[in-house]
Design a binder for this molecule. Sequence first.
Ligand SMILES: Nc1nc2c(ncn2[C@@H]2O[C@H](COP(=O)(O)OP(=O)(O)OP(=O)(O)O)[C@@H](O)[C@H]2O)c(=O)[nH]1
Ligand SMILES: [Mg+2]
Length: 334
Amino acid sequence: MRVGIIGLPNVGKSSLFNLLTNAGAQVANFPFTTIDRNVGMVMIPDERMEKVVEITKSPRMRYAAIEVVDIAGLIKDAHKGEGLGNKFLSHIRDVDLIVHILRCFSAPDVAHVSEQLSPGSDYSIVRTELLLADLEIIERRIEKIKKAAEFRDELDRLIRMKEEVSKGRAPAEVHGEVPLLTTKQEIVVLNLDDEGKFKNGVDGYRISVKLEGEIAEFTEDERIELRKDAGVDINGPAGLIKHCLDKLSIILFYTIKGDEARAWPVPQGTTVFEAAGKIHTDMQKGFIKAEVLSCHDFFKAGGFAEAQNLGCTKIEGRDYILHDGEIVLIKFRG
Ligand SMILES: Nc1nc2c(ncn2[C@@H]2O[C@H](COP(=O)(O)OP(=O)(O)OP(=O)(O)O)[C@@H](O)[C@H]2O)c(=O)[nH]1
Ligand SMILES: [Mg+2]
């Protein structure tokens, strides 16, 4: 699962990427600082896991992580190769979720495409480029198959999709051969001034990337107060990551083994057999059964063995579908 940060140049994409990943991508006050994409991992903040470790005293704890990509800025006519060309389109095509960041901070020394802050029209500029890129790929496919009788149904479908895109809407259908950009899930992020004064009609997750950089060393309670004062979301970057997980329908399950407690991100609907394969191929190959426990019961009982004694754990077969927050112990033939 991969999240891609997109937006116009100089809106704070790399700054947000660094805030989330600590990867140290280049940030500068000129457009197109990012040329090739930056890729990093975002650790998923997880109070549940910290509570698990309080109980197990595991010396090692591994948070779940998802991949984030900081993509080059795009501008009007990018789909025709303006700015850094359309290489970035393939970078967007590679992600499962788009985080579209809009500049809502004023900084005279940081050039912006328009004189005034205009997140609404900035949003449209980027969205239009994605629509035009989609239109192009749909048209290309139509050209390719239009003469072949066996593609009649597909052609009808493509024509319907083309109509929708031409009207500025993401098509309702998805098409395996034609990976579109506008049908991807999206979260809009408003990158606000540290005074958070900026208001206009655009909705999105309110954050001040600059403020977050300045308050990193403060306690969480202090950070919450400062975010409140700034008129941004009190949950800061962690809240944004949570939104990403929700949009991607990712749940977390936990394993406690030897000296390590670990959180694993998997798509909703993952079976315990699939989860076993994610932990280790041997576990999947030799899978016998799984012992499963909600972390709520784990906390109440004060440990796995204690929960077993209380009869809170369940033995499940390979088709069992995992729930968010479950602790899983796989039994397998090694
Ligand atoms: N005042 C203010 N400046 C910011 C904020 N976020 C980023 N900047 C500044 O804006 C400039 C551009 O930031 P980047 O993170 O490089 O922007 P980008 O969107 O990655 O830019 P490109 O890679 O060139 O497309 C830098 O000088 C940052 O310090 C913010 O929240 N407030
Ligand atoms: Mg950048």
